[in-house]
Design a protein around this ligand. Structure first.
Ligand SMILES: Nc1nc2c(ncn2[C@@H]2O[C@H](COP(=O)(O)OP(=O)(O)OP(=O)(O)O)[C@@H](O)[C@H]2O)c(=O)[nH]1
Ligand SMILES: [Mg+2]
Length: 219
């Protein structure tokens, strides 16, 4: 649910990294900060952590000027994954325009992934988001670790769903840009339908995606 302020010439879009505790949401955001075009990004803000675990959220802002003068501001958030912080998760998810679900690939984390995904769907309903229309990308992170669910199994499990699936190792940065560009593309398509970004504001999909450095995927 984007905020469109015609008078100020500003469109605000909120993107949220969601997922179980310690799946790598904050790490994704930190890597992404390195990959965004320097002239577009603000500094990353981390709001309170305990032993590296997010207690409230992290925030990474960036903005892009359309040829029409419209400023599109993106606010990227991470939620705290720990089960106890559900009300914060709900508040951060509220009014989201797109979500990356960061799952932990480790074999012993599959129950947590499932519970967290159910929690996402549930909280989306609670804050009034139409989950079936929400731009969403599913990322299986920590592919560098030894005891992980095999790729074929992950793909088989998610193939019946409508969401794009990516594999990543946020620690090294692999798959971080690819994941985010998939989300950004889906968010663009929806915003273009609502606000005619191409026709009225001169912003093409490719121009928006160019905000994030491409990576060479040899997966
Ligand atoms: N091996 C490996 N470790 C990772 C990867 N991504 C993140 N980590 C590590 O996993 C731990 C948790 O990462 P965070 O990014 O803080 O996880 P989070 O999802 O933000 O966790 P919460 O804030 O508690 O929800 C850290 O020690 C990271 O360095 C990865 O791709 N591979
Ligand atoms: Mg975190």
């Amino acid at each position: 649910m984007a905020e469109y302020d015609t008078e100020a010439g500003r469109l605000l879009l909120k993107l949220v990294y969601y997922g179980p505790a310690q799946s790598g949401k904050t790490t994704n955001l930190m890597r992404l900060h390195d990959l965004l075009r320097p002239d577009l990004k603000g500094s990353i803000m981390t709001l309170e952590t305990q032993n590296d675990r997010t207690l409230f959220f992290d925030l990474l802002p960036f903005g892009i000027h359309c040829p029409s003068g419209l400023l599109i501001k993106f606010k990227l958030f991470t939620v705290p994954g720990q089960v106890a912080h559900d009300s914060t998760r709900k508040a951060v998810l509220s009014r989201a325009d797109g979500v990356v679900f960061v799952a932990d690939s480790q074999l012993n984390q599959q129950v947590n992934n499932g519970e967290s995904f159910d929690n996402l769907a549930e909280n989306a309903g609670r804050v009034g988001l139409d989950f079936s229309r929400l731009p969403l990308v599913v990322q299986f992170n920590k592919r560098d670790l030894p005891h992980i669910v095999p790729e074929a199994e992950v793909r088989a499990r998610w193939s019946a769903t409508p969401w794009p699936l990516t594999l990543a190792s946020a620690l090294t940065g692999l798959g971080v840009a690819h994941t985010f560009r998939l989300l950004l593309g889906a968010v663009y398509d929806r915003a273009d339908g609502d606000y005619q970004l191409a026709a009225q504001h001169g912003l093409s999909r490719a121009a928006l995606l160019a905000a994030v450095a491409e990576e060479n995927l040899d997966e």
